[in-house]
Structure formats: C-alpha cells, structure tokens
Ligand binder design. Sequence first.
Ligand code: PBE
Length: 267
Amino acid sequence: KENANGIGSQTDYEIIGIEPGAGLMKLTRDAIKDYGLNDWQLIEGSSAAMVAELRKAYNNQEPIIVTGWSPHWMFSSFNLKYLEDPNNSFGGSEDIHTIVRKGLEQDAPGAYKILDQFSWETSDMEEVMVDIADGMDPSEAAVKWIDAHQDKVVQWTKGAQAGNGESINLVYVAWDTEIASTNVIGKVLEQNGYTVTLRQVEVGPMFAGIANGSADAMVAAWLPGTHLEYYNTYKDDIVDLGANLQGTKNGLVVPEYVDIDSIEDLN
Ligand code: PBE
C-alpha cells in the first residue's frame, strides 16, 4: 500500500506521539478515526522522546510527523507547520486552567489567592521554555523570568497573605509547557513564605491527586477539550480557578520541508 504523495512509506506510517495518557494522544486517535487513517500507527513515548525524534529527522531533512502543541519552544527552534484539520478533530484553541484541592482556600488562603491570580501570556511561558530548552535548570529559568517580570508577579501576589512555611504540593506532568509554568508559580509561592514541593506525575494521577487531596494544586489543565474526560471524572471533587493562559493549540506537526499541508494528505 502506498499513499499518493509517498508520505506514508517515507515515515513508515508512523505518527510520533507523547505520553500515552496525554489528551493530545486521545485527540490524535480520534483524528486517525475521523480521517480513516487505517494504515497509520500512533507511537507512544514521551514529550522528550518526541522532540528527540523530531530533532534527529530535522537535522537530516527527513520527513516526520509528530503530535504537537503550542505554546512550545520547538516552533522557535525548527521551521514547522501544523497540518490543516478540516474535520476539526483537534478542536479549537483552548485555555490552561489552575485547579486546586477543596479546602486549600481555608488551609492556605495566601497560596490560594496567588494561585487564583496567576495568569500570564504565551510569550511569557515561551521565554521560560526557551531557556529550559537551551539547557538552563527549570528552577533557574523560573527565577530569571520572575526577576524580569516583577510587574506581573506583583499582580499575582497582590493582597495575598504571606505564608508561614506551610507546605504546598504542586503536581504536574513533564510537558514542556507545564514544566515552565509549575516552576514559575512554585517559586512565586516559595518567595511568599510557602514550602513548595513539585511532584512529577502522569496526567490521571495529577487530577486524582487534587481530587483526593494528596496534592494541593496544579496549573496544567487544558480545557475545554484536551483534558475533558479527566475534568468530568473529577469535577465534583476539585476547585477550578479558571484560566492562567489563553490560546493554546493541539495538532499534527511536520517540518516546513515536508510536502503535505493537511491531515487529509495522509490518506
Ligand atoms: N499537551 C501539553 C498536554 C497538555 C499540555 C498538549 C501535551 C496533553 O494532555 O496532551
């Protein structure tokens, strides 16, 4: 079997995915069905492995198809494009929400207020992501961003009571977006008197941890689409503080030099 433009055989009919539980993986499985891409296989792995494959292919100017999202530093490091999605399998642009456990407002009102007021732009997040991608330690990159953007941090901490060393456990998944945001908000909480732990988990346990109270907060819920199933499962046991960033995107991504434009071209 060979599709008309040869992209299938050039890529072994593989779409390079990320962590199996990621919302993006479910959206990609839906897209494979919606577009009838029966010959194609979605490869499970990790965000880091996906980027490593992309880098390798890119350096050799070889065709590759990956699952991708924005904001992401890879769009500034490589010339890439999203494949058009006429069926809208990946949905439109979304927001990233901050979600905390029930009772946090009573137990640590200052931390709750800071988490509630946390909100930034794609360009802010990308600044942190680029430094981390260039090899800076995430906590260092966070401090660098905080020092350079005191105007924003002052808004987040406005009116928030300082902590007295209370511990705040933040959970996150090792997606580049969330490594950046979690490190920044973690440092801000620390600078305001809290003892902060960052715990890296899978996406299911991230939601479950907030719902069962073993974790205090996360800033990593992509809504209304990507994490809808997790959200619906846990919505009665969590507190949704709304968007901390607006305007994300999910999709299939290829280097500019790959000669297809639409997911339909994979058929
Ligand atoms: N992502 C980045 C995540 C959310 C953050 C798009 C890889 C996902 O669940 O797919």
